[in-house]
Design a protein around this ligand. Structure first.
Ligand code: ASP
Length: 442
């Protein structure tokens, strides 16, 4: 098959053309045309992925847990997975803090720019802060209450409630493990079949990925620039050092933590891992949603990287919901950046508080676009930085959201490979062509 028919090249082409079109559209004042005639294709692609996310989490986690044959295996794999998730997130926050303290991007923002940014984004900042106040006005154990839904169908009706869906799936799986096989089999067959169906649907939805990614990128650019490309450049100039700090942190975390884990604990080559995962990373980049990307991440891990279904169906849905290293790293950099810009110092105690709250906040962050900045409000409050300060970073948040979402799903895939290898369940990678694969299944 010629290279240009490979899925990841087609998505990359969609992405580059989408950015190029977005810039031309912004420069030519085609914002309304883009909203009416281009953006809907991106929304359709995003909706289709989100549509299958809840059934996929439900089906795969129930079968994932129930197929672990006994509770001790569940607690072994579960314990390992959670320990690596939390450990890597704490490392991500630490890397973020080191970089922001060394580079001090907040000290490079001129007074004039600070005032201008705060005025320009104050309304938007107030809206996010009030969204967060729903989260923050609650006792420390409220998170437990939030995880256990009183009505499953209400939870399943929104991708923001994924943690509740994860909880219900886990207890259903554990319950099924304890039933006699003749009682559990019919229901298990249904969940297994549901998972297989959803993974098949991913193939169909991904046929639309190049167009969907084109439209999403075009809309993102026109959304950022309005009808004036100069606006993006102005924002990047004002917040350039802050963006560099976040991007450098994400890059270091990927290359040190993830590639280190892969090298130490799996036989996978980094190039193979990246090639296998590339389409999922591109979808994460253009959708800014690890929840929407989950179906693609699962498909790539199982079919390309050789992660067994047993491991991937447990580790990945859990990771998409609770493991957000990119988000946690960004939250740490952003909190210190805002403090620096406002002329405040955060001492050692404050930095330790940031590590703790960022790890917890990233667990509670929904796997949807822009969720990270809402949870950032809680971190700012924990260290006494004015929450209105998020106005300073709102302008470039979408760009950083795309990158942190890529890191989030790469972290999930890394942990899936590491856990699979440790359980002897990482098969040979298979990077053969998508079309061949689809054909061979018919
Ligand atoms: N968009 C991110 C995700 O879905 C969450 C965030 O806003 O950081 O992984």
């Amino acid at each position: 098959m010629p290279w240009y028919r490979k899925l990841h090249w087609q998505i990359i082409a969609g992405l580059i053309l989408g950015i190029a079109y977005g810039l031309v559209a912004a420069a030519s004042g085609w914002g309304k045309f883009t909203d009416d005639w281009v953006a809907p294709f991106g929304q359709v692609f995003l909706n289709a992925l989100q549509l299958i996310a809840v059934p996929l989490v439900l089906g795969s986690l129930v079968t994932g847990v129930a197929s672990l044959s006994d509770l001790s295996k569940l607690s072994r794999i579960g314990g390992k997975t959670l320990a690596i998730y939390i450990g890597t997130t704490a490392l991500a926050v630490t890397i973020g803090l080191l970089i922001v303290n060394v580079l001090q991007p907040g000290k490079r923002v001129p007074e004039q720019t600070r005032i201008q940014l705060q005025e320009q984004f104050s309304d938007d900042a107030a809206a996010r802060t009030s969204e967060a106040s729903v989260v923050e006005d609650r006792g420390p154990l409220q998170i437990l209450v939030d995880i256990v839904p009183s009505n499953f169908f209400a939870s399943a009706s929104s991708n923001r409630n994924m943690l509740q869906v994860v909880f219900v799936s886990l207890i259903l799986g554990v319950g099924l493990l304890q039933l006699a096989p003749d009682k559990s089999k019919p229901l298990l067959d249904v969940f297994e079949s549901l998972t297989a169906l959803v993974i098949r649907l991913v193939d169909l939805i991904m046929l639309m990925a190049p167009l969907g990614v084109f439209a999403l990128m075009a809309r993102t650019i026109t959304g950022l620039a309005g009808d004036d490309v100069g606006q993006i450049l102005d924002l990047l100039a004002a917040l350039g050092f802050y963006c560099i700090a976040v991007i450098l942190g994400l890059f270091l975390h990927m290359s040190i933590t993830y590639f280190g884990l892969l090298k130490l604990f799996t036989p996978l080559k980094i190039g193979t891992f990246l090639k296998g995962l590339a389409p999922a990373q591109l979808v994460a980049f253009s959708t800014s949603s690890s929840g929407a990307t989950l179906p693609v991440t699962m498909e790539r891990c199982e079919e390309k990287l050789g992660v067994s279904e047993e491991v991937s169906s447990f580790v990945l849905p859990l990771g998409a919901t609770v493991n957000m290293d990119g988000t946690a790293l960004y939250q740490a950099v952003a909190a210190v950046f805002i403090a620096q810009t406002l002329g405040m110092e955060i001492g050692l105690g404050g930095q330790l508080t940031i590590i703790l709250t960022a790890v917890l906040a990233s667990i509670g962050t929904a796997a949807v676009p822009g969720a990270g900045i809402i949870m950032l409000v809680i971190i700012l409050q924990s260290v006494g930085v004015p929450t209105a300060g998020i106005a300073l970073i709102l302008g470039v948040d979408r760009i950083l959201d795309m990158l942190r979402t890529v890191t989030n799903i790469t972290g999930d895939a890394t942990v899936a490979c590491v856990v699979a290898a440790s359980e002897g369940q990482l098969g040979e990678p298979n990077l053969s062509e998508d079309a061949d694969r689809i054909r061979s299944r018919r």
